[in-house]
Design a binder for this molecule. Sequence first.
Ligand code: R1P
Length: 298
Amino acid sequence: MPVFEMSDANFPVDAEGRTYHVECRRGDIANRVVTVGDPQRAKLMAKKFDKILLERSSHRGFLIITGIYKDVPITVVSIGMGLSMMDFFVRETRAVVDGPMSIVRFGSCGSICDAKPGNIIVCTSSYGIMRNYDHFTNPFKKAESPYLITDRVQADPTLTLSLSTKLKNSMGKDSVFEGSNGCADSFYGSQGRLGSNFVDENDNLIPTLKKKYSDAVSLEMEAHMLYHLAAVSKDAQSGEQSIKATCALIVFADRTGNEFITPEASQIAVEHCTEAIFNTLVEESFKGSSLHPVEGSV
Ligand code: R1P
């Protein structure tokens, strides 16, 4: 017996129209969305809502909280970690929202610049860092590089400028950094973390990234997928790009100074950034409507 009765193997939905993994249906998700990794971060942000319309956890670890902030519906979704979770989130929410979407990722990262734990990094672009699996296991591919580094995908420039300006006003301009983010397929090997239990050949990875991209500032695990999917999104009728995306990251780890954030500093950073992020989304104006209320899902 399946746990869930789904129809349509191509894009599974249940009898009530909920998607397979995120478990969202039409009316659950606002056009203005914040995505975070940690459900506690989502709950802390949702405290700034004037009213909660919907809170729902999925069987695959997604948490949706839709609320009203300054009369505007905003959805916060916690997705867990990694590229696949970002892919589920973007594709399944996109499938149930009508009209354009603006998505801000509010995550955490390791800093490979001067930003210290508790500072914020706004990702003006993001590139992918993938382990070149064959290099490690195929003796004929030893000459290939152990890591594949993609081109950069730009964040939406207007959304990014608006977010960065508001974060600087809230946190102080010296606490906010900007640059290219490296989005890795692992927390460990593909982010240059060293260990003795596996062959990773990553001692030189961070200098290689900095050489390729002189504005490299951070490492995390989701932003490139978000920016990539935004770049290839298309409205079914007009063919125009249907998702705008940007990203702000709290520095959790200083990869140069080898420091890690305290739980208190992490909470303070979330509290300082939430209104800047919500206000950025509130100011987004969409063609045809400025509100896009969600209906009938509470
Ligand atoms: C790793 O600890 C996780 O933290 C970062 C990474 O991208 C990865 O998901 O982001 P979040 O804090 O948003 O989860």
